[in-house]
Design a protein around this ligand. Structure first.
Ligand code: HEC
Ligand code: HEC
Length: 519
């Protein structure tokens, strides 16, 4: 009876054939595990399943629900096969996923997409709009999703201040067409991507990146094939202070570009969420610590073989009147890099990923963005000379940390002090990148002061990392309140004899119990 009912529910999808692939992926795992409820209405077309496209994380959430709500049990092997099939016939083209990658990369404190007031309140009040923006469906399927929402979470309409409007009216009458116009199933981008052949990440790579609170790192990666569409990678990386950040990774590339790896990097077990560029020349994204997605780093990689190229200068900011040790990450850089008038490079040493040099910057070197040339290659925007820091902006400007305890780890708040110089014709000034700073916290307002939030919410360490306190009723607080609160975060950068400070707002709030792959 249950199955009959379920069948009725799922057989309502319209037939829609996705464009054929160069080498058709094998649907046998989906046929074996899903077609009992999702009829294969034409060869390779499974009702509902074939009527939408999602990211690997989106499909994982679906499989989780098929398990949790509909009792579909898959072992690891079957799960992998199903996921590979779904992401290859029903993925997002790189350009389609690009605007909301921050959600896949689990970047902390990023502002969600803005799709207007109506969509923000209707769909963005419980979860990110990114969750919707990372799917593609036609109007009938967006409508079914509204039904799924109220069918499976019947109190949904009344949650999160949902009674401020006729949610169901809007979700079923207006939004399906609007969502289908924004995020339709059939697009030229996907037709082109799914019909094409895709680059392989196998080979040698140059790597550079930045881990907030820890610093810049650079080095090399070697990626080799593992099984049919898996890869293994070996990383030889170092932080700017010389600490090794070596590691190994096992990954799968979904949809021809979505690199998902499990790695050890330095001391940490990390997840890698990278995208291989369409031409296969770049691999970029973010890695984050397992169980602490807020802790991680940016990742950039470019092929080790190829024409001379300057990719990055670490650090990017060069102080006039001082000597700075720099690493130039690039290919075929030769031995005489140039940073423009007033900057002299010495002690140039070749590195596997570029070169190391000592730069003497004259006291009167002109401040501003510097093109960097080496080995005949030029990067117009790789370094900045500055004489005086005009402003410091603390990033994030508005951050959230969460108390921890019991089975739920705290969510750490990581801040950085980004220096700026003013420049004619550049309203926002020129960013110098994150600079070393000293850190403190203060009450955000009078209420926070009266409640002694600074004392109860946690501690700030020397690297701008806020470690929240333990959750739960605290008998030392009025009414045994939780250790939540409202803080100002102050970062101060030394600039010669001056110091320049910036301020940000940190909300230390309650635990998050539900941590799906896409918030
Ligand atoms: C026991 C029956 C059953 C099986 C087996 C089953 N499903 Fe479902 N599936 C459902 C029902 C019922 C719904 C509609 C309610 C919902 O979305 O949760 C559904 C909905 C879906 C949807 C639409 C969800 C959305 O995003 O709107 C997808 C996609 C899906 N299933 C994928 C799968 C895949 C892939 C498998 C095989 C691994 C599978 N299902 C196996 C019962 C099943
Ligand atoms: C009252 C809260 C709430 C509102 C409002 C809401 N959602 Fe959801 N949404 C949820 C919950 C809960 C889930 C299920 C999470 C899970 O499966 O882990 C979900 C899941 C989703 C998913 C993933 C479903 C899948 O299986 O692929 C999408 C996409 C989505 N919502 C889009 C929307 C859109 C579009 C709107 C506006 C029409 C909307 N949501 C409004 C609570 C809400």
């Amino acid at each position: 009876m249950k199955h009959l009912l379920l069948r009725c529910l799922v057989l309502l999808g319209p037939a829609f054939a996705l464009p054929a692939l160069a080498a058709p992926p094998d649907p046998s795992a989906v046929r074996a595990h899903c077609s009992g409820c999702h009829r294969e209405s034409s060869p390779g077309h499974f009702d509902r399943i074939s009527d939408m496209r999602k990211t690997p994380e989106g499909w994982e959430m679906t499989l989780f629900r098929m398990h949790q709500v509909h009792g579909v049990v898959l072992d690891d092997d079957a799960r992998t096969q199903v996921l590979r099939y779904l992401t290859s016939v029903g993925g997002l083209a790189p350009a389609e996923a690009a605007p909301a990658r921050f959600a896949l990369e689990r970047r902390p404190n990023v502002q969600d997409l803005s799709l207007g007031d109506e969509m923000g309140v209707m769909c963005g009040r419980c979860h990110s709009l990114a969750r919707a923006a990372l799917q593609r469906r036609d109007a009938p399927e967006w409508l079914k999703l509204a039904h799924t929402h109220v069918g499976q979470w019947p109190t949904l309409e009344y949650q999160q201040s949902g009674r401020d409007r006729f949610w169901w009216e809007s979700a079923t009458k207006e939004l399906p067409a609007k969502l289908a116009a924004l995020y339709p199933l059939d697009t030229p981008a996907w037709r082109k991507w799914s019909a094409g052949t895709h680059a392989s990440p196998v080979g040698r790579w140059l790597v550079w990146g930045h881990a907030p609170g820890r610093g810049d790192y650079h080095g090399t990666a070697v990626i080799a094939a593992r099984g049919t569409d898996g890869y293994s990678a070996t990383y030889t990386l170092t932080y700017a202070d010389g600490t090794a950040l070596n590691g190994t990774s096992k990954s799968v590339v979904y949809t021809g570009y979505e690199w998902r790896g499990s790695a050890t990097l330095g001391q940490d077990d990390v997840r890698e969420v990278y995208a291989l560029s369409e031409d296969g020349a770049r691999l970029s994204g973010r890695w984050f610590v397992n169980g602490h997605a807020e802790v991680g780093g940016d990742w950039h990689a470019a092929r080790a073989e190829g024409a001379p190229a300057v990719f990055a200068v670490l650090p990017r900011a060069l102080r006039a009147g001082a000597a700075t040790e720099v690493v130039v990450v690039g290919r075929g850089l030769g031995t005489s890099p140039a940073f423009g008038a007033g900057v002299t490079a010495s002690a140039v040493k070749a590195l596997p990923d570029g070169l190391h040099a000592t730069l003497a910057v004259a006291a009167d070197a002109a401040p501003g963005v510097r093109p960097v040339t080496a080995g005949g290659a030029r990067n117009a925007d790789a370094a900045v000379v500055y004489a005086k820091i005009d402003r410091v902006v603390i990033e994030p400007q508005y951050g959230i940390a969460r108390v921890g305890g019991g089975k739920v780890a705290p969510v750490i708040g990581q801040f950085e002090a980004v220096g700026y110089i003013d420049a004619a014709g550049k309203p926002g000034g020129i960013a110098l990148g994150p600079l070393p700073a000293s850190w403190s916290v203060a009450p955000h307002d009078e209420q926070a002061k009266a409640a002694e939030d600074v004392k109860f919410t946690g501690t700030m360490d020397a690297s701008g990392k806020f470690l929240p306190a333990v959750a739960g009723p605290d008998p030392q607080r009025p009414f045994s309140g939780n250790n939540v609160g409202d803080l100002a975060v102050i970062g101060t950068v030394k600039d010669g004899d001056r110091s320049v400070s910036g301020k940000a707002h940190l909300v230390v709030t309650v635990q998050r119990w539900n941590t799906p792959p896409i918030y």
